[in-house]
Design a protein around this ligand. Structure first.
Ligand code: FES
Ligand code: FES
Length: 161
């Protein structure tokens, strides 16, 4: 089936099998390997991307054909003009990653979380990230990173990010 999915602002038109998962569309058809696959069973959250600027989706649980005509944001689309996105900067500043395997999914989930809840409480952050597993950090620094990103993104100068 022919699909056109706009990924990080660039339309990708590809022929895919109907069973092709969005995660593998991104990795193998678009060459965007920042979307990781940890479990392939909707458990770990490594594969999260943002659909239509609003919704965190586990791309191992969505078919590419379901994203036909839609927009996807992956980790490759976060940094603009060579500068880290405030969420990326916050994960760096707060030591919110160790091996980094879960990090793209954590950050894309954070994009959607802060879109809907710009000033989350710690409990809301922990609930929002409940579908993302990290085997390295113990989560506290990830929560601090999301808090820092929320603070930065609420500043008027960050309104366009
Ligand atoms: S790879 Fe998608 S949730 Fe684990
Ligand atoms: S930083 Fe290693 S799994 Fe999260």
């Amino acid at each position: 089936m022919k699909v056109t999915i706009t990924v990080n602002g660039t339309p990708y038109t590809r022929d895919v099998e109907p069973r092709t998962l969005l995660a593998y569309f991104l990795r193998e058809h678009c060459g965007l390997t920042g979307t990781h696959v940890g479990c392939d069973t909707s458990s770990c959250g490594c594969c999260v991307a943002v659909l239509d600027g609003q919704t965190a989706v586990k791309t191992c649980t969505m078919f590419a054909v379901q994203a036909d005509g839609h927009e996807i944001l992956t980790v490759e689309g976060l940094a603009a003009g060579g500068a880290l996105h405030p969420i990326q900067q916050a994960f760096s500043d707060q030591h919110g990653l160790h091996c980094g395997y879960c990090t793209p999914g954590m950050m894309l989930t954070t994009v959607a979380l802060l879109k809907h809840t710009p000033a989350p409480t710690e409990a809301q952050i922990r609930e929002g990230l409940a579908g993302n597993l990290c085997r390295c950090t113990g989560y506290n620094n990830i929560v601090k990173a999301v808090q820092q990103a929320a603070d930065v993104l609420r500043q008027p100068a960050a309104a366009t990010k």
